[in-house]
Design a binder for this molecule. Structure first.
Ligand SMILES: *[C@@H]1O[C@H](CO)[C@@H](O)[C@H](O)[C@H]1NC(C)=O
Ligand SMILES: *[C@@H]1O[C@H](CO)[C@@H](O)[C@H](O)[C@H]1NC(C)=O
Ligand SMILES: *[C@@H]1O[C@H](CO)[C@@H](O)[C@H](O)[C@H]1NC(C)=O
Ligand SMILES: *[C@@H]1O[C@H](CO)[C@@H](O)[C@H](O)[C@H]1NC(C)=O
Length: 560
């Protein structure tokens, strides 16, 4: 008698079905591929309203069209998973941006060059692109405003970082002037502000020292008003008021973390009453900046994460080293509303930038994409903080020029990747221009969730606020863990989520479980005034976010 595997299958299936009656399965993390593509490569992404994400690419030959040419800006609708083109004047390639205290999004800097065949492009390296607060859920009537002649940066900046600071304005950090093979060879080693605080830039000794790999410095507004920065393997705290820097220890073990040797960094959640800042830096490469001709797409990235507490004692102790489950170049670190950190995207070897190593994969300087995200739990003991248990594979390489952002719905939007100089589709290269959009959905998306009802549109600093809530019965248990997070969802560009912030607020649920009382942060140093999303998490099940204005909503600079 012959047995074939095929003939056994129904038997096995029947056995497994009838022998073990299915227990209800706990929901898992899932990737969900959207039915519509982004139309442009989403190499930058920022949530600008409860339903809208602004995406930018380089001015290129993307399929999405506007005014008879390829678009390089787009509005992604989170509710309908659809995309519409945005009319951009200047080249937004490798720009950064953030939301201001009045809710306006500013996109800053970019590429000085045009693109053959796309006549609409103005140089982007001094650009200030304004997207005013958009009340329409579909983005109707909302567009970018640019006036390069009168509204522009003081310096020319390509690959700068931008963060919102304590007075709701933006600090713009570093950049380069020219297109270079690999390193920053014509740097703009200075800081400036938008709106400007003075009429000249502030030269930065830190940016001088961190050459030649100091593009897209990873920077955070600290709860004392100063700014932490890491570039290459160096870090400082910068005092905006006195224009002075304090040098901190280097990232250990020769690890470098800024473009084109991209690791990433995140300001860990801040909690009352002390709001003690801790910074986590992950990935990049353990290498000396050497001759680019010796660099390879197969150069291993590092799995190293380094963490420092930014108090005098923490700085004296220095960086604590731990390891991701795999090496990653160009990972992105994103806050989860329960205080964990999502580690997503990137490759296990190579570098950022395009076709500049000796053996690119197609045009990609990086190889061996990491498809399975991990979660970092800051409160777990050292060595037990990182896990990918239950995490799915995305199935899509997200290497150079990809983005990921937490959404107000509580899931993550994952898009982009284009380690090519222009749009490359089809099977011609291993890593083509990636237009597919996914969400990464946490388990709670498939469960009954708590609801925040009627959160005021504007919250003042240092106030006790009570809002109605609804709690599913499954969560309405005494002793449940309650977390209320006030979050800036950040601006994703080049493996860094600038201005991303999670401030926990002291909170209690009323005995009848119908209302929630929380206490807002004391001032704009703890949460720079501006848009925020409030999430309620009960036993790791997170509500949809409530989009609020933290502070007065005044135009910057404002201290309230
Ligand atoms: C996906 O889009 C195509 C083309 O617009 C449409 O025919 C199809 O029904 C859509 N599928 C789903 C599941 O929405
Ligand atoms: C940081 O980089 C510099 C320049 O390459 C190197 O001299 C120094 O040893 C590095 N620091 C550490 C801690 O590896
Ligand atoms: C890419 O591949 C397609 C077939 O898959 C071919 O028609 C096209 O000419 C190729 N393009 C380039 C630039 O090689
Ligand atoms: C917000 O402030 C910026 C910078 O001054 C300004 O360009 C923008 O128009 C302001 N937006 C609103 C809605 O007031």
């Amino acid at each position: 008698m012959k047995w074939s595997l095929l003939s056994l299958l129904p038997v096995l299936h029947a056995l497994s079905t009838y022998a073990a009656p299915s227990a209800p399965e706990a929901p898992q993390w899932r990737f969900d591929l959207k039915n519509v593509t982004s139309g442009i490569v989403a190499l930058e992404a920022i949530v600008v309203s409860p339903s809208l994400v602004v995406m930018f690419d380089r001015a290129s030959d993307d399929p999405l069209q506007i005014n008879g040419h390829s678009a390089w800006g787009a509005l992604w609708n989170l509710e309908t998973s659809t995309v519409q083109p945005l009319d951009v004047l200047t080249n937004s390639f490798c720009a950064s941006g953030a939301l201001l205290s009045n809710g306006t999004m500013a996109s800053l800097g970019g590429d000085p060059r045009g693109f053959p065949g796309n006549p609409a492009i103005h140089p982007g390296n001094q650009a200030i692109r304004i997207f005013e607060p958009c009340a329409s859920p579909t983005g109707e009537g909302c567009t970018l405003f640019e006036d390069p002649a009168t509204l522009h940066l003081l310096a020319k900046r390509w690959y700068p970082s931008s963060i919102r600071i304590f007075d709701g304005s933006l600090m713009i950090i570093g950049g380069t002037h020219v297109n270079a093979a690999f390193y920053n060879i014509d740097p703009e080693n200075s800081f400036e502000f938008f709106p400007p605080k003075e009429d000249t830039v502030r030269p930065s000794a830190f940016l001088e020292r961190s050459l030649p790999a100091n593009l897209f410095p990873r920077a955070f507004a600290l709860p004392d008003g100063r700014v932490f920065m890491v570039a290459n393997n160096q870090s400082i705290i910068y005092d905006i008021e006195t224009n002075t820097e304090t040098i901190l220890p280097d990232i250990p073990n020769n690890v470098r973390v800024t473009n084109p040797i991209d690791g990433s960094a995140i300001l860990l959640p801040l909690s009352p009453p002390a709001y003690t800042p801790e910074v986590l830096v992950c990935g990049g490469t353990q290498t000396d900046p050497i001759d680019p001709s010796l660099l390879s797409s197969q150069t291993p990235a590092t799995s190293q994460c380094s963490r420092i507490t930014l108090t005098p004692a923490g700085i004296a102790k220095g960086w604590e080293v731990e390891h991701m489950l795999e090496a990653r170049t160009m990972p992105e670190l994103v806050h989860v509303p329960n205080g964990q950190v999502l580690i997503a995207n990137g490759g296990q070897s190579g570098f950022a930038a395009i076709a500049t190593v000796q053996d690119p994969i197609g045009n990609s300087n990086a190889d061996h994409p990491v498809l399975v995200p991990s979660l970092y739990t800051p409160t777990a003991p050292l060595g037990r903080r990182i896990s990918n248990a239950g995490m799915p594979s995305s199935g899509i390489a997200r290497l150079y020029h990809s983005s990921v952002t937490l959404t107000p719905q509580g899931n993550f939007l994952v898009a982009g990747s284009n380690p090519n100089a222009m749009t490359v589709v089809g099977a011609n290269v291993t890593f083509p221009s990636e237009f597919r959009v996914q969400t990464l959905d946490p388990p709670f998306v498939f469960m009954e969730r708590p609801k925040l009802l009627n959160v005021p549109k504007k919250l003042a600093f240092g106030k006790r606020v009570t809002v109605p809530i609804s709690l599913p019965n499954s969560l309405a248990r005494p002793g449940a863990k309650v977390q209320v997070a006030l979050m800036d969802l950040g601006f994703s560009s080049h493996a860094f989520h600038s201005s991303a912030r999670l401030v926990f607020m002291d909170a209690t649920i009323s005995p009848d479980r119908k209302s929630l009382t929380f206490i807002t942060p004391p001032n704009g140093k703890v949460y720079p005034p501006g848009p925020a999303t409030v999430f309620l998490t009960v036993n790791d099940v997170t509500s949809e976010g409530a989009w609020v204005m933290m502070g007065s909503g005044n135009s910057p600079p404002t201290l309230e």
